[in-house]
Design a binder for this molecule. Structure first.
Ligand SMILES: [Zn+2]
Length: 159
């Protein structure tokens, strides 16, 4: 398969991530080990917002900060990049980050951050996606979540 598909059992939400993007993400995680890293997921939606296709990522902006158990994604250059992508019909659709040598399960801090994004008009993204990479080289693990504005978050399963 060329894509990793994450879906909810009733298929209300579905996220597709190309393997080559995951490889790129793994490379960034290896470089940043033992510290966290992360960035932004870029892509597009199918009609009715049911199917999100991740098509590229933005790597950690230069003002990002991190340690072994935390990551603060910076903002340097992000707005300019998003504006440029918009003209190519590619949009902000969420965030990704790395839990070095740990579970890819989300933390309470992760929930807070994503709820803030779903409520933040600047992102124009009422259903942001969170991809967390856990583990390390040769034992990667992924978790994917959707945060519909004003509702409980949903964990998606790897098909
Ligand atoms: Zn996290």
């Amino acid at each position: 398969m060329n894509n990793l598909i994450f879906t909810e059992s009733n298929e209300r939400f579905k996220v597709s991530i190309p393997n080559k993007l995951l490889n790129e993400v793994q490379g960034l995680c290896e470089l940043s080990f033992p510290n966290e890293t992360g960035g932004i997921l870029i892509g597009s939606y199918s009609e009715e917002f049911k199917y999100a296709n991740v098509s590229e990522i933005i790597v950690a902006p230069s003002d990002s900060r991190s340690g072994p158990t935390w990551f603060l994604r910076g903002k340097n250059g992000v707005k300019r990049k998003l504006d440029r992508l918009w003209f190519r019909k590619k949009y902000y659709i969420g965030e990704w980050h790395y839990h070095p040598d740990c579970s890819s399960k989300l933390s309470s801090q992760d929930i807070k951050q994503m709820v803030n994004i779903s409520n933040n008009e600047n992102y124009k993204c009422p259903e942001p996606i969170l991809l967390i990479v856990g583990g390390k080289s040769n034992s990667w693990e992924y978790s994917t979540y959707v945060f519909p504005k004003g509702k409980a978050f949903v964990q998606l399963n790897n098909e």
